[in-house]
Design a protein around this ligand. Sequence first.
Ligand code: G1P
Ligand code: ZN
Length: 544
Amino acid sequence: MTTITTVATQPIAGQKPGTSGLRKKTSVFMTPHYLENYIQSVWNGIGGLKGKTLVLGGDGRYFNDRAAQVVLRMAAAAGAARVIVGQNALLSTPAASHLIRSRGADGGIVLSASHNPGGPDGDFGVKYNVSNGGPAPESVTDAILEATGKLTAYQICETADIDLSRVGSAALGDMQVEIVDPVSDYQALMAQIFDFDKIRALIAGGFRLRFDAMHAVTGPYAHQILEKTLGAPAGTVINGAPSPDFGQGHPDPNPIWAKTLMDEMMGENAPDFGAASDGDGDRNMIVGRGIYVTPSDSLAVLAAHATCVPAYAGGLAGVARSMPTSRALDRVAEALGIGCYETPTGWKYFGNLLDAGRATLCGEESAGTGSDHVREKDGLWAVLFWLNILAETGLSVGELMQAHWARFGRNYYTRHDYEAVDSDVADALVADLRARLGELPGQTHAGLKVTGADEFAYSDPVDGSLSRGQGLRVDLEGGGRIVLRLSGTGTEGATLRLYLERLEHDPGHMNDDPQDALAAIIRAADVLTGLSERTGRSAPDVRT
Ligand code: G1P
Ligand code: ZN
């Protein structure tokens, strides 16, 4: 007999799930009752759990194990029929998405703060995904938000912890707990999509690769798929054991945080191919020998060569990118004669396009790439996609990029992040530029003429829903573009993101330093926004 306890509590109004669930300092989630209050709000917001099946897993960060036990006990108290949980409460985000879909679950809980550092002083997060395997759409997150404001009590079963270290099944009251190997179903899906034999032959032929799992969740996946299945030698995967604080690192696959890998790829005797993934395995970084591939370019290259991959051999229905992502993808879509959708930042906006079969591939400048195989971005999938293309074309990463730019032109691109900015200063900066958008066209700033300016609003072509306030855009003479938006995932003050882009056609200028190639636009952005003066910052915290 399992006892269900009802704990009286206070509303936790205003805990709005952002672009990727609710993300807070770990210490906040560990405050007594906080996690419980939020989980109960999720259950209430989705109309209860009675008889439902959920998938549960996380990226292995600090508090993942204990939070998973709380979710299990609260799911049982709420009358869930079954929870499918990854062994040791681990599941990469794309693997969770796949399990929700393949097992016909009603939804899932992913415990992760993605690429944010973990540990007692780091970040934690809870994300609810719906039955298509994707992040909850705004209608659902709004309902969860509303539930946080009405909360009066939560319910939890009083039981011992379930042993999640072994694959098998257990009962928690009337609820079944099924503990699954986190890798096997995901691996089977990858084997269906890609030509594993071709990739195996490439590696057997001496092609050398390095994969940095950044002490996060993709370690077990990469060891199993790249080394054990595709034959890459042991040692190919580095930092492959998930650790609660990610080896005290910052599991964000970009040239700054994946510096060890970058140094190796830019050094002498570099491998042919390097890649990294983030905390929960949905992001990817791609590097060739001596060449870093921006996420925007990577997306465009995957689209241009999609038919190399068995699952996409019939061509793409369409492609999609988030608004701030460079327009390199648009050029490929134009050449292929397929639709190219521009969506707000955040993976959830791709869901309807994928479900409706309007887009096959999609991606974001923030190192996220994916397809209709799941409803999340997928780091290892992107790595396998690249390997499949390299195996099929026989080109190196560098040769592939040069050929791509020669054909489509090069969209020089950079994102400048200003982190932990005073929220009032950041809000005022954005508000002031917003107020001036109408008068900008025709004006010249730092020598560049503005040809258009607006605030991005998205009308979903599938369900007609409208999302306003999705970033300020300024178009410049000669095809340049400045985008400014406030991050929805930061946990300290405000993060201002400035996205800068310019299309280059001159064959003599295909290999410039992006910061140099964009210098004039960077200056114009500063003049337009008054950023350095208002924030007192002379340079961004991160340039990607
Ligand atoms: C960031 C990225 C965005 C991504 C999100 C979740 O959101 O910019 O592309 O979807 O993380 O991984 P932001 O902090 O900009 O709101
Ligand atoms: Zn992530």
